[in-house]
Design a protein around this ligand. Structure first.
Ligand code: APR
Length: 392
């Protein structure tokens, strides 16, 4: 079997890429290890940025999202008993976040591929990507299928296999470990979270993200390396209430069952460069960020958009330029976004340094978030970076 572009992985990156290529008449094949039911059922991200929606729209992929997504254009910071509302919509020229579960977007993207007659091959595990500097790259599946490709895009996530095809030298992985972990919790709630709430508290950071009328996602800062078993449900709920309400019990919904509790080791990892020969990397296969700022899925789709443009230019028009610039352009964006995500982490967590004075640290943070809520250059810069307007 032969194709122009072989895509490993049917997450947001692989599916967005396949849709954009198919739409422009470039032949591609998506191979996905998991079953369709599993891929379409995974609950992960849910905040879609302004620039992501604009791109999805331009590809005819946002119809259901535009009907069903809830719009968000403010977030609350709770600090020292004060709630500071940041109207980032107003400061970014009316831009908004769209709350739309990743699994809905994934379902939409699979459906359009199916309609175009080129659905992903689910339950197909790629065992190796070979010959990436030869005349044709090759994808080898455990199930026996082999595909020759002009280009391969590894969209197979953080633990994917496509990076194993890179030569041993000439590549670097930039890892960073943060001095805390996050307990991530999906919880049933008695009323929807009206918006995102970030609590900067003496006991640690806590966050609340809307996910729907009866479900919210919560984050709780924990000491690094703490086992998830240290957090029985009762402790989680009590600690969420303490940190998120911080004297304002009405600001937090009643929390019921916790269908998902996981401990997230807080780290980031960026691979450079993102291309070698006929292999490009996109999404989590190339870079992993913490959930701070909800950037992962948006970066994955931005990579897919750039990879699609580059491959269309090369394969349809014979123009090598965008492909040659793919890695540098994407890494510049990834670094900018990572910088913002880390700035937000630093705002939300008190320093671990025992010499630091928590009262002073909290007062400084309150002053910072108040500046984000006051018209001016700071508020505008935050708003654009937070909403992902694409404006630098
Ligand atoms: N063969 C085929 N498929 C594979 C293989 C393999 N050897 N290894 C992994 N995969 C598949 C996984 O099963 C998964 O469906 O690759 C897909 C990778 O998808 P994601 O992990 O969702 O990665 P990506 O598309 O880059 O999107 C990542 O989305 O969930 C958000 O914020 C999150 O940053 C994250 C972003």
């Amino acid at each position: 079997r032969r194709t122009q572009v072989g895509i490993v992985g049917a997450g947001p990156a692989g599916l967005a890429l396949a849709n954009a290529l198919t739409r422009q008449g470039v032949d591609c094949v998506v191979l996905e290890r998991a079953s369709r039911v599993r891929v379409e059922g995974r609950q992960r991200a849910g905040l879609v940025e302004d620039r992501t929606v604009r791109w999805l729209r331009s590809q005819g992929l946002a119809d259901r999202l535009l009907v069903e997504a809830t719009r968000h254009d403010w977030c609350d910071f709770r600090c020292l008993g004060h709630t500071v509302r940041v109207d980032y919509g107003a400061y970014s020229g009316g831009r908004q976040h769209y709350v739309y579960p990743q699994q809905s977007l994934v379902r939409d993207l699979v459906a359009t591929l199916e309609k175009a007659g080129s659905p992903p091959f689910f339950s197909h595990t790629v065992r190796a990507v070979t010959n990436i500097t030869g005349r044709r790259a090759r994808l080898e599946c455990e199930e026996g299928m082999e595909i020759e490709c002009d280009y391969v895009v590894g969209c197979d996530g953080f633990r994917g296999i496509s990076r194993a095809a890179l030569p041993a030298t000439g590549h670097r992985v930039h890892n960073r470990r943060y001095p805390y972990d996050w307990l991530t919790v999906l919880a049933e709630v008695d009323r929807p979270a009206e918006g995102v709430r970030y609590a900067v508290h003496r006991a640690g950071f806590a966050g609340m993200m809307p996910r729907g009328p009866r479900l919210s996602r919560f984050y709780l800062q924990c000491p690094p390396g703490e086992p998830v078993t240290a957090w029985p449900a009762r402790r989680i709920v009590a600690e969420l209430r303490t940190r998120l309400a911080d004297g304002d019990p009405a600001g937090v919904p009643a929390i019921g069952a916790l269908p998902e509790v996981r401990m997230l080791r807080m780290h980031s990892s960026v691979l450079t460069p993102l291309r070698h020969g006929r292999l490009l990397l996109a999404g989590d296969a190339a870079h992993v960020l913490t959930p701070s700022g909800a950037k992962g899925m948006n970066l994955a789709i931005a990579d897919a958009a750039a990879a699609a443009d580059a491959l269309v230019a090369r394969l349809r028009d014979g123009d090598e330029g965008p492909l040659a610039g793919y890695s540098a352009a994407r890494l510049a964006d990834v670094r900018r976004v990572l910088g913002f995500s880390e700035w937000l982490l630093a705002l939300l967590h008190l320093p671990a340094d025992p010499a630091a004075d928590p009262a002073k640290e909290l007062a400084e943070r309150l002053a910072t978030v108040r500046r984000l809520a006051t018209p001016g250059a700071r508020a505008r810069a935050f708003a654009h970076r937070y909403v992902g307007s694409g404006v630098r």
